[in-house]
Design a protein around this ligand. Structure first.
Ligand code: ADP
Ligand code: MG
Length: 148
């Protein structure tokens, strides 16, 4: 049985500046496991996509001043050199998760390089699960195992 060796929880307002904040905090937190530069880079990319989705999509119908528009992040380190990152929001949710996960699918109109976020998360992490309830919010759970 793998054991949790450290745990971090963060709550950040869903505003642009917090994409970099979330990314940096998570990367600092996993340093304990001594990941390679490449592993850290993979994690940064995946976290960045998940957090950006909370900022760009989750609260698209809310006023920018909405104090309840938050990103909730929970990170766990395991003695098996695994990191789990859960990123959730209380936003609009996703009607069709399978469709949203398709490469090139985006609900953003007129955006050329969009629709690759979930693909990036899937490619750069070892596992990805997406749970969403329309009107309630979305939870993305990603795992990565660092090399011994
Ligand atoms: N947290 C979220 N809340 C609501 N909708 C989301 C969320 N994350 C993703 N989506 C939906 O899934 C689609 C695909 O996401 P993604 O692959 O990151 O592409 P992009 O963000 O470039 O549109 C988004 O266009 C959006 O409709
Ligand atoms: Mg995206």
């Amino acid at each position: 049985m793998k054991k949790i060796i450290n745990e971090m929880k963060l709550r950040l307002p869903a505003v642009g500046v917090n994409e970099a904040v979330a990314r940096s905090c998570i990367c600092a937190f996993v340093a304990e496991l001594n990941p390679t530069v490449e592993e850290l880079g993979d994690l940064r990319l995946a976290v960045s996509e998940a957090v950006t989705n909370c900022i760009v999509h989750a609260y698209r119908d809310s006023l920018p001043t909405d104090r309840n528009a938050n990103i909730y992040i929970s990170v766990r380190l395991y003695d098996s050199r695994e990191v789990s990152v859960e990123i959730s929001d209380n936003g609009c949710g996703i009607e069709d998760v399978a469709k949203a996960r398709e490469p090139m699918y985006t609900s953003t109109v007129g955006c050329e390089r969009c629709g690759m976020g979930f693909l990036v998360m899937e490619s750069f992490m070892d596992s990805l699960s997406v749970k969403s309830t329309p009107g309630k919010g979305t939870t993305v759970l990603m795992r990565k195992i660092f090399k011994p």
